[in-house]
Design a protein around this ligand. Structure first.
Ligand code: PEP
Length: 251
């Protein structure tokens, strides 16, 4: 049985003071979620990682990105050992905004996934098609390439430690959700690729849906057999809404 998971992606929002006040307000949510057998986490900006971790150490804290190089002349980037130094647990890899605005490719995602696994940080690998690809009937071929290339050369032991998120680009921040049927169909499809790649461990790998998830629709997605949780942007920013997401998953 895969444990349910809710991850908030704060994107470029919240000052350190705002992030700290969310982390404080979320202290009771961690024990509530644990009592309901749900993992919860947030991905603040790099600047706020440390303060959120220190304020709420049991919340899963993820970076929104990471570099795969160990150090060197990579202006503006952050290395994995810098995340480790402040006990960061997870990192997003291949979020659609990184892919579309910053040229992230399946190959660079693969390097990041492997570097994170080598450092015992959980990669949350994001895949999903654009609107044009969706309308062109290309969803499965795009997603299959993203999964196979992004997870290339992983062992079964590695695969057990990753989390995937299916986020159709056309539904991120747009209020246009993928229907439950589409989300489940693609997440099921991803699981068949994982079956092919990692055979007996594929059932252990969590797959999230992301794209305009709100407190009033989160439950529908999570009632689908292959959707194990949600990656949430806008609705994770306010602690009341984050709490409502958890409560509605728990019900
Ligand atoms: C996201 O940032 O991954 C996301 C799904 O955003 P939103 O929930 O706002 O669509």
């Amino acid at each position: 049985m895969r444990k349910k998971l809710l991850v908030g992606n704060w994107k470029m929002n919240k000052t350190m003071a705002e992030a700290k006040s969310f982390a404080l307000a979320a202290l009771p949510l961690v024990s509530y979620a644990e009592s309901k057998n749900i993992d919860i986490g947030v991905c603040p900006t790099y600047l706020s990682l440390d303060i959120v971790k220190k304020t709420n150490p049991k919340l899963i804290i993820g970076a929104q990105n990471v570099d795969y190089h160990t150090h060197g002349a990579y202006t503006g980037e952050i290395a994995i050992n810098m995340l480790q130094e402040i006990d960061i647990d997870w990192a997003l890899v291949g979020h659609s905004e990184r892919r579309s605005y910053y040229g992230e490719t399946n190959a660079s995602c693969n390097l990041k996934v492997k570097a994170l696994l080598a450092s015992a940080i959980t990669p949350l690998y994001c895949v999903g098609e654009t609107l044009a690809e969706f309308e062109g009937g290309l969803t499965k071929s795009v997603v299959e390439r993203q999964v196979r290339e992004g997870l290339k050369d992983l062992t079964k032991e590695d695969a057990k430690k990753i989390v995937l998120a299916y986020e159709p680009v056309w539904s991120i921040g747009t209020g246009k959700n993928a229907s439950q049927a589409i989300a489940e169909e693609v997440c099921h499809f991803i699981r068949t690729i994982l079956d092919d790649l990692f055979a007996e461990v594929s059932e252990e790998i969590r797959i999230l849906y992301g794209g305009s998830v709100k407190p009033d629709n989160v439950r529908t997605y999570l009632s689908s057999p292959n959707i194990d949780g949600a990656l949430v942007g806008g609705a994770s920013l306010q602690v009341d809404s984050f709490r409502a997401l958890i409560e509605n998953i728990a019900e």
